[in-house]
Write a protein that binds this ligand. Sequence first.
Ligand SMILES: [Zn+2]
Length: 299
Amino acid sequence: MKFSLVISVLLIVSVCAAQKVAITFDDLPLNGDLPPGVTRVQIARDAIAILNARHAPAAYGFINARKLEGNSDAADALKIWAATEPIGNHTYGHINLNTNPAEAFEREIDENEPSLELLAGKDGDWHWLRYPFLHEGETDEKRRAVRAYLQAHGYRVAQVTLDWEDYLWNSAYARCAAKSDAPSITWLKSSYLSIESSYLDLGRDLAKMVYGHDINHVLLLHLGAFSRTILPDALDLMQKKGFTFVTLEEAESDPVYEGDPDVGSKYGGTLLELWIEAKKIKFPPVMEKPYKQLQEICK
Ligand SMILES: [Zn+2]
């Protein structure tokens, strides 16, 4: 009796340990377009309030400081984010490493740093890089060169294991909100949540294919027009599926994050996708995203 109790407690603990996820946001201060009359400040403030209401721990926002040039709303939104949430480097102008030399990419990391330093303050741990487009270099040589630069400059890579291209819904929502098109907004919500559901399952499946067991996950979201509308349902769905929210540091304390697929890739992708490419595993079937509808809706 006692023995089986111990076993069941161990099982519960191990299941819980496998369900951790760090929520992160890219493209701050804003991804995509805004509906008329809505500010970046409002989007940032509302997203933080939604995270707080669910007691989610600090969520990294990865910034492109070029978006601050001549835009006080963008600067104010970032100040609001950085006052309560950590920030990290997403390069100055969202440069694509697969179409630029390593040196240009490294310059953009460097160019982003004064804003990070200023916003994060003395105690801010902003030495985390999220690769724009999840492009880490299309050749082994370029990939390794930037990896070496990051290590020499004290950066950790903010990995991604869960990603459903949520950014596709941001500008679509901005257009539908501008037209007050309620049925289209209802479709945006339902299509988002069904893709999210399927990609959460996919991420867990890919982790088992790559590592043979569950892992701590890192989720990539993009802060944009749709965030404050969809985040409550999106977070509820994750909790319903058994995920608990942790910091990026805690998620990446999982030993799997010490491994590196070390593969130049013209497609890029999540850590799990890169491993699948490196290990030449056959990719499982995935639910098709409504790219065309999202592009055309409310135009
Ligand atoms: Zn980005």
